[in-house]
Design a binder for this molecule. Structure first.
Ligand SMILES: [Zn+2]
Length: 415
């Protein structure tokens, strides 16, 4: 039997569907509350959220008896994510699809990161444009809750020298080209928030000025620039060093090398990979003492191998890569790192252990400072009016275990 469009059956179904949608919307805008110890002072609080934002922080005498004893902090923000859980944002051989972005993002949430910048590294121009377009088509989808505010392009305008280029393929490294960059940014929907480049290569200084005028953060990385070049780059607006202490040769001049001028200039921030492999504990301690908690950003530099089982894998370039059980990810044949495989929480715990900083400082370096640098004004802090991007976790022996991840007031991960 056919039912006519205006039949009572259809009307009833429409009414039920309308109510279901209405109830779903009401539920998503409902108030939520989370009781835990506040990361900044370890005092018990209840964070009240409404319509996805923090409404109020209520101080408590003690946590309610039936509450798990967890710590609450703003969700972490990672400015360098090459991939996650089998998904690569830049090495997918042109095969990145929209579903991959969702898979990677859900896995990243479970690691305590609530916002991140997919990072595309030196590669074939057409492939970069393709992958940026795939990302641009998916980032505004409702199910991602705005967790991808933009992108980081690392390369291709870096120093092609061995030791400095790291794992970036030589054949695609080139001189800065503002027109080409605009093609990348157009494909990315205008959302490239940061580019990492080498300031000493021809044309880099003018390129930095163009980026600065366009509001795109310039990071210095994979370079061997002199003090004069680094100072000029900072004068022109370069804001941060990408993974300081990495992306450089193992053997450097003791007095004249890119480390000192980047550490010595107080206008300049640094990002650090504190996964236990990329930097020694002494480096981390010295870098922390030099720059302080306000001028450091923790970054993971994770690749698609993060959250995969340990073992040997073959890269898209056909090289053998080893992921060890302890999280070390390297190319054994060339004895170089291949990015990292530890999520950002690992850096939070490690920098506390290595530098002696507090949890409050470590969270600032992994969330607050990142939001501030990139103008993500609604994130990175637990304050009324900020997005309810929260993580609830325990910390034992400097190891963080995420129990719950909340984005825009909605629980997106629960252990
Ligand atoms: Zn790098």
């Amino acid at each position: 039997m056919k039912i006519r469009k205006d039949s009572p059956g259809i009307l009833l179904l429409s009414f039920l569907a309308y109510n279901l949608i209405f109830m779903t919307i009401s539920k998503s805008s409902a108030q939520e509350s989370f009781s835990a110890y506040l990361y900044a002072d370890m005092q018990p609080v209840t964070i009240h959220t409404k319509d996805g934002y923090i409404e109020k922080i209520e101080r408590l005498e003690k946590l309610p008896d039936n509450t798990e004893k967890l710590i609450i902090a703003p969700g972490l923000i990672d400015n360098q994510v090459n991939g996650f859980k089998g998904v690569s944002f830049s090495l997918a051989g042109g095969k990145l699809i929209e579903e991959d972005v969702l898979i990677a993002t859900r896995a990243i949430w479970s690691s305590g990161v609530t916002s991140y910048f997919p990072t595309l590294t030196t590669n074939d121009k057409e492939l970069l444009i393709h992958n940026f377009s795939v990302l641009a088509r998916v980032v505004d989808k409702e199910e991602l809750y705005g967790s991808i505010p933009g992108y980081h392009l690392e390369g291709p305008y870096i120093l092609p020298e061995e030791g400095y280029r790291g794992a970036h393929p030589m054949e695609y490294i080139k001189k800065p080209d503002w027109n080409e960059f605009q093609e990348f940014n157009k494909a990315a929907g205008g959302k490239i928030l940061q580019i990492t480049l080498a300031p000493e290569v021809q044309g880099a200084m003018d390129f930095i000025s163009h980026c600065h005028s366009a509001g795109i953060k310039v990071a210095l990385g994979h370079h061997n620039a002199s003090t004069a070049q680094i100072t000029e780059a900072i004068d022109r607006g370069a804001a941060i060093a990408t993974h300081l202490g990495n992306g450089m040769a193992n053997t450097i001049h003791r007095r004249i090398n890119p480390l000192w001028p980047q550490l010595a200039d107080d206008r300049f921030m640094i990002s650090l990979i504190v996964d236990g492999f990329h930097l020694s504990a002494e480096q981390v301690r010295v870098f922390f003492r030099t720059k302080g908690a306000d001028r450091i950003i923790l970054t993971s530099d994770v690749t698609s191998y993060a959250f995969l089982p340990p073992g040997e894998y073959t890269t898209t370039e056909g090289e053998i890569i080893e992921l060890r059980a302890d999280g070390l990810l390297h190319l054994p044949a060339r004895e170089i790192f291949y990015g990292a495989a530890s999520p950002l929480t690992k850096s939070v715990g490690n920098i506390m252990k290595m530098s002696g900083c507090t949890l409050d400082e470590a969270i600032r370096m992994a969330s607050t400072n990142v939001a501030r640098l990139y103008g993500l004004d609604d994130r990175g802090e637990i304050k009324p009016g900020k997005r309810a991007d929260l993580i609830l976790f325990t910390i034992h022996d400097y190891e963080i275990e995420v129990h719950k991840t909340v984005i825009s007031g909605k629980t997106v991960y629960s252990k």
